[in-house]
Structure formats: C-alpha cells, structure tokens
Design a protein around this ligand. Structure first.
Ligand SMILES: Cc1ncc(COP(=O)(O)O)c(C=O)c1O
Length: 393
C-alpha cells in the first residue's frame, strides 16, 4: 500500500498535478500576503470584497461575547440558536423562497440535499461540469446517475425521454459554472423540468451576491423563485465573505431535508459569530449595489483588453474569466512566472478540469482596479512573447 501511495505521489508530480498550499500571512480578496510580500491576487472567491469589512467583523465580535465560539452540538440537539433561525428567515425573504435550512458548508448541503431528495429507484440528470459536491452527492444517493453534455438541453431532453418513466427525476446544475465562468440556461432548464415532471436543483454558489438586482442570484434574476419544483443551494464562503451554506425552496421539501439529510443531522452547526457575520453581510449586499456595478465594469474591462493578447479565453460574462493553457506543466510554468512578477494566480489542473485543459481562472473582485487588470495582462503578454521567442531560438 505504502509503495503504491509513493508511486501515485510521484506520478502526480511528473504530470504536474501535485498540489501545494502556500501559507498566506494575511490579505483576502485582491491581496495575498506571503512571506511578508504583497501579491496581487486573482485567486479569491471573495468577489464583493466583503470578507474583511469592518461592519461584518464587528457583528461577529459582538456575538462572540454573547455566545462564545463553538455551538457545541448539531442543530437538532442544541446547536440551533435564535441567530440561526433569524438568518434562515432572512435568506428566505431575500431570495423569495418559502423556507431555508442552514448547512455548515456548501459541500455538506449538496451531499445532504441530493441524498434526501432521491433514492436508488430515481434518476439524476446532471450537467457534466457540475461542482464536485454535486457529483459526490449524486453518487452517494445511489440514484441512476446520468450526466448530460455541458449546457446541452437537447442532450438532457434525450436522456430524460430514454429513462424509466415511473421513477422520480432530479435535474442538477450549477447556475454559474465555477471553472468556466459561463451561466446555465435556467429558463430552458425550468421549462424542461416542468415538462418532464422533474425536480430542479440549482447551486448558486458563485452567482449569489453578484447576480440579481440586489445580489439574490440567477434564480431571482430570471424570476424562477417560488416554483414548487425548483430548489437552490448556496454558500456564504464566496461573495458573502463569511462561512456556512444553505438550502432553500418549498417548505415541505426543506422540512423533509431537515429530517433526512445526514450531513445536517450529524454535524455541528455553524458558529454563531459566522451566522451574525452573514446576516450583516447579506444586508450590505442588498444595499450596496455599487459593488455589483463596479464588478461588472471590471468584467467588461477585462474582456475588452484580454483580447489584445495571444491567449485562448473562454466566453464568460461573469466575474470568473478563464485563460486556457493546456498541459498542467505549462499552466504551472505560467503561474510561476506570474508569481515572480508579484501576481498570485494558481493553475487549475485535473482532476478539477479535463486533461489537457489546464487553465488560469481569473477571479475578479470589487477591490481590484483597472490598473491591476492592465498589470496582469501586460505580464501575461510578456510571458507569451518570451515563450514564442524561446521556441524560435
Ligand atoms: C459550485 C460550488 N458548490 C458548492 C461549493 C462548496 O461550498 P463550501 O465551500 O461552502 O463547502 C463550492 C465551493 O467550492 C462551489 O464552487
């Protein structure tokens, strides 16, 4: 066994797929402090730059004095407080959904929700590029698990019509795909889910806070809230800038998930300071639309200027912009060159993305400025010219 592990580790290194962790000293959204040096970071999911907002930090501090740190138990024993209840109510109102259930992480939410909604007699139809937690939840459920080609509604329709008609169907998709930056066609998914009598679960992890008039996400933006067969999960670990996650939708289903989801029942609840921080953050998100306006202006600026240099970019209108490099080793090399120039942008490699499609996932945040984007693009341009030069030498 040990020999196999050693061999596997060696092979990961040879393929350029070995992961390392850089110990960040501080900094969050656009600055990454490492060994006392500030790096310009494009690697944070703190899209609205709220994780170090003083108002949010103060809310967390106040609750620490009252409740202490840990909640000491799962929500169904004694780990559920008035704060947890208020946050659930506030999220339901914010999203226009009947009921909400908090989970400790988005990963747990997806695992628990999917396994509660379907069983081995049922069918799951999932987008090929869904997040790992949606894939793992689908496998854990033991339902008949089929993946449709990315955003290919025709392919999804075919899979549904060729499946057992008496089983329950669950369609699952991210609303904003985390490694490609593109958006699911929620309107078509809704229509097909109704037509095929399927439930539809949408993971709003990356859309929450950024899309929707007040940051409610893409389900709200498309007016799909309060549909009896449509549910969503979301995490607070990205735009909200805090920690924890939730599941929202029709109250009977949410109540049922609370009774059934093992990742909910058998896990300690979110610390109250994180709950209070989230309550504050959601209020700021709803009120401060200038954050979304600035982010979308940066997105347009990036899209316009990245075209001027010689890299293949995926088509994305979101804060996640993707530069395809190809081989893992090449992606690491570009990332290391950027690091030498003060930019932190780690390479995304298999198994997170397909073999041969390693990439730089540029994550834009509110604290970035146009000059930061100029700097990144200039350095990328120099790297690409040097590569061409060294090939010609
Ligand atoms: C689409 C998606 N869903 C779920 C999760 C998991 O959320 P959390 O980090 O709260 O476990 C993530 C985070 O990586 C994600 O990108």
């Amino acid at each position: 066994m040990k020999k196999t592990i050693k061999k596997n580790l060696k092979n990961l290194k040879i393929a350029g797929n070995y992961r390392i962790r850089r110990k960040r000293d501080s900094g969050n959204s656009h600055i990454f402090v490492y060994k006392n040096k500030n790096y310009l970071s494009f690697a944070s999911n703190d899209y609205l730059s709220l994780s170090d907002d003083k108002r949010i930090i103060n809310s967390a501090k106040k609750s620490l004095d009252k409740y202490g740190f840990g909640t000491s138990s799962s929500p169904l024993i004694s780990g559920y407080t008035k704060s947890h209840f208020k946050l659930e109510e506030e999220i339901s109102k914010f999203l226009g959904q009947e009921k909400t259930l908090l989970f400790s992480t988005g990963y747990q939410a997806n695992m628990g929700v999917i396994k509660s909604l379907v069983n081995r007699k049922d069918n799951i139809f999932a987008d090929q590029l869904n997040h790992a937690s949606l894939i793992d939840g689908s496998i854990l459920s033991r339902a008949n698990f089929k993946r449709y080609k990315h955003s290919d509604i025709k392919n999804l329709e075919n899979l549904i019509s060729n499946s057992k008609s008496l089983a329950n169907n669950l369609i699952i998709s991210d609303s904003l795909f985390s490694m490609d930056g593109d958006l699911a066609n929620l309107k078509k998914l809704k229509t097909l889910s109704k037509k095929s009598n399927s439930l539809l679960l949408i993971d709003e992890a990356h859309a929450l806070g950024v899309f929707g008039k007040s940051g409610e996400g893409l389900i709200s933006e498309h007016g799909l809230n309060n549909e009896d067969n449509i549910f969503l999960t979301g995490t607070f670990g990205k735009s909200v800038g805090t920690y924890g996650a939730f599941f929202s939708g029709n109250s009977d289903y949410v109540e049922y998930v609370m009774q059934k989801a093992r990742s909910y029942i058998y896990s300690t609840s979110i610390p109250v300071n994180a709950v209070e921080a989230t309550r504050k953050s959601l209020k700021i998100i709803a009120k401060e639309s200038w954050r979304r306006e600035k982010l979308f202006s940066l997105i347009q600026y990036f899209k316009k200027n990245i075209k001027k240099i010689n890299y293949e970019c995926l088509d994305s209108d979101s804060q996640i912009q993707v530069i395809i490099i190809g081989k893992s080793i090449d992606a690491i090399n570009v990332s290391e060159e950027l690091f030498k120039k003060g930019i932190y942008l780690p390479a995304i490699r298999p198994p997170t993305v397909e073999e041969g499609k390693s990439r730089l996932r540029v994550s834009l945040t509110v604290n970035h400025e146009e000059s930061d984007i100029d700097y990144l693009i200039n350095i990328l341009d120099t790297i690409s010219r040097n590569l061409v030069q060294s090939k010609n030498d």
